[in-house]
Write a protein that binds this ligand. Structure first.
Ligand code: NAP
Length: 277
């Protein structure tokens, strides 16, 4: 990787886990990191520790995403990296106040909206949009006629589909905007001992926050280092745009991730759902 120059890097989900670890490492490397979290106290704790700008937004409310985008665009004429990292898994099927299945909204629709609302700034900055997907995308399939799983919902199914949506979003972002200087990447951070699953996820995901998980799984620092590598790297030199990464390599994911028509349809449906169409 070439010499690292200081970048402005916005990280969502930076109040905990992989995002917080990446924020610490990037600040240590001299970058200006903007910490975005959901919980005000956790977000303030990380931002205070790093002396960083902070924003609070709950992605289960699209108006929070709109306000976040407006604040970021007003404060930053230049954003070199947008790291769409916030996300998680939920329990029984629930709708957000916006009327969308919550996993699909928090993990896909909200970063889709944030990225689109920041597009002018991102294009002017020749930015990279780095999205934290998961190996859960590999066995997933998106039903393009039932994106919000009105039928056949199960927490892990919804999670895997939302992480496949992250890869399709990355592909379509590349197809639409790479010629204008934007780069995109999705990645799997590893199986990482974090609060992933939180209090709302299926019981089994609470294992991720236990001492056993800390002994067996990757550390948040290790998971965060995969985000750092993409954020600090130069697209086209250190990594190719439009791909899904596992470590330093293009990873295997669902065959549907290679279907350009699925990527296009997901984009158009998402734009309609968030009022951009
Ligand atoms: N851990 C793993 O093994 C693993 C594997 C593959 C992919 N991932 C992905 O990695 C990303 C980070 O997860 P993590 O493992 O670091 O879990 P984590 O420690 O629980 O961190 C999740 C982050 O996302 C934020 N977040 C969750 N729901 C949100 C909402 N409704 N609105 C705004 N922000 C929200 C949290 O904010 P607050 O803390 O402020 O609530 C927190 O900062 C997620 O996209 C996850 O799907 C994790």
């Amino acid at each position: 990787m070439g010499a690292v120059t200081s970048k402005t890097i916005v990280i969502t989900g930076a109040s905990d886990g992989i995002g917080a670890a990446a924020a610490r490492a990037l600040v240590a490397d001299g970058h200006q990191v903007v910490v975005v979290g959901r919980d005000p106290a956790k977000t303030a704790a990380v931002a205070d520790e790093l002396g960083a700008e902070r924003h609070v937004a709950d992605f289960s409310r699209l108006d929070d995403v709109r306000a976040l985008a407006a604040a970021l665009a007003a404060a930053h004429p230049r954003i070199d990296v947008l790291a769409n990292n916030a996300g998680g898994i939920r329990g029984p099927r629930q709708l957000t106040p916006d009327g969308h299945e919550v996993t699909f909204q928090v993990n896909h629709l909200a970063p889709f909206l944030l990225t689109n609302l920041l597009l002018e700034t991102l294009l002017a900055s020749s930015a990279a949009v780095v999205t934290t997907s998961s190996m859960a995308s590999r066995g997933a399939r998106l039903d393009l006629d039932d994106l919000e799983m009105a039928r056949g919902y199960a927490p892990f199914r919804a999670y895997g589909a939302s992480k496949l949506a992250n890869v399709l979003f990355t592909r379509e972002l590349h197809r639409r905007f790479h010629e204008r200087g934007l780069a995109s990447a999705a990645f799997h951070p590893g199986v990482v001992a974090t609060s992933f699953g939180g209090k709302d996820g299926p019981a089994v995901t609470r294992l991720y926050g236990t001492a056993l998980a800390r002994a067996v799984f990757s550390s948040p620092d290790r998971g965060g280092s995969r985000l750092v590598r993409l954020a600090e790297g130069t697209p086209g030199v250190d990594w190719a745009s439009g791909q899904y990464w596992v470590g330093g390599r293009v990873g295997r994911t669902s065959p549907q991730a290679d279907d350009p028509e699925a990527a296009r349809r997901l984009w158009e449906a998402s734009a309609a759902m968030v009022g951009l169409a």
